[in-house]
Design a protein around this ligand. Sequence first.
Ligand code: FPP
Length: 227
Amino acid sequence: MDGNGRWAKQKGKLRVFGHENGAKAVKQVVEGCAELDVKNLTLYAFSTENWKRPKLEVQTLMKLLISSLKKEIKTLHDNKIKLNAIGNLQALPTKVYSELMDVIEITKDNSKVTLTLALSYGSREELINTVKQISIKVKNNIISPEKIDELVINQHLYTQNLPDVDLLIRTGGEQRISNFLLWQIAYAELYFTNVFWPDFTKEHLYEAIINYQKRERRFGKTSEQLS
Ligand code: FPP
């Protein structure tokens, strides 16, 4: 969800104004996914690197998370959306963590869309954590090294209950991955748009999905093999 800061700057406002409007765009995209029957949506809301931002910006983002969760809990639940979170959640302020856990608990049996928030998330950290967990199991003879395969790795990632990414959308004009789901996007289709996140609407989401539908996903095979 990139471009909040630049969107605000263009309007002569503070960066936090961009984040506030970014939260409104989140609502549009979640609704759009529910309408299109997209089963999984993961939003990169706060990276491990984002902790290095000015204190006031970090505080505002945390407050915004609490207020958005409080405000949207009913709508999420009424629309059968299940909230999930990935990342180093223990690093979040207590209030954010407890609000998040409340919403996760309340929506846990919903099945229309799984909305995953990546919070204090970094893919390299996730991979380090995965390697550590598997190493401990090897050391304790729970897993033998020969048995380590893609499935074992998947089962130890934060995303253990989620499928691989099909489509990755990055707004704001930058064409990079920024430490997001590096393992899980191995075969994802990438879509970059110059639209700043606060301007990203349902229609932009539809455009991205239509673009995705026109692509041929070969997974290493040839076109002829697929047809
Ligand atoms: C990146 O834009 C955006 C973020 C680091 C924060 C995203 C947060 C929200 C959209 C609001 C709250 C989220 C939820 C789930 C309610 P940037 O600040 O890096 O923009 P810039 O590249 O233009 O500076």
